[in-house]
Every structure is written in C-alpha cells, then in structure tokens.
Design a protein around this ligand. Sequence first.
Ligand code: 5GP
Ligand code: ZN
Length: 115
Amino acid sequence: MSQDPNCIFCKIVAGQIPSKKIHEDEELLAFQDIRPTAPVHFLIIPKLHLASLAEAGPEHERLLGRMLTLAPRLAQQQGADNGFRTVINTGPDGGQEVYHLHVHVMGGPRPWKQG
Ligand code: 5GP
Ligand code: ZN
C-alpha cells in the first residue's frame, strides 16, 4: 500500500492536514515537528506509506539513504550549524507514536526540552 487513508503523515503528504514544509521532492517530504523538543526539530518522511523501520526491506535502501543524506543539508538550512541529532523511533518499545516512518532531526543551541 503506497498510502494509508487513516495515517496522519499520509494526510500531510496529500495536503489534507497542513504542515510547515521545509523540503519536498518526488519521494520525500520534510516538515516542522508540531511539538518541537529542540530549537530546530523537523521530520523527514517518505511519501510512500511505510509503517516503521521494521517494515523496511532491501527495496527501501535507496530511499532510506536519501532520507539520511537529506538530514544534514536541511539541518544546516534550518540553522542547526553546530551539530544535530537524528532519531528513528520504532515500535511500542521504541516510543513510536506515528506509524509512518520518519526521521527526527533535532538541533540548535542547548539546553533542549526532554524528548
Ligand atoms: P514518534 O514518537 O512517532 O517518533 O514521533 C512522532 C512525532 O510526530 C512527534 O514528535 C509529534 O510531535 C509529531 N507529530 C504528530 N502529529 C503531528 C502533526 O499532525 N503534524 C506535525 N507537524 N507533527 C506531528
Ligand atoms: Zn502513512
């Protein structure tokens, strides 16, 4: 399934829920996290609905690589010029809340909120 009609991030991809987009291309979307835990906090998602990293297979290697190599470029653009943290929460014990694969990118001057 390329899109899940009940998925909040698929709705963001479809423009049915507004978001503050910072990057869009054919495969990826990046937008500001609605509850930032750092001065810079955005999410990079594939437009394809993939519930979590646990569902990723060899066919997604290129997509995953693109998500990660986009992170430093956008972090720099967003003002995280002194480093950043990348986080992928996976499954209940991983603290995942939204079941559409996403990479958190957090940066900016510390201290940050807990998150
Ligand atoms: P998870 O715990 O699944 O890794 O993180 C989900 C993230 O998505 C959270 O940081 C949360 O603030 C963010 N989030 C949840 N719903 C929305 C939304 O509707 N819009 C945006 N921009 N972010 C969201
Ligand atoms: Zn989705």
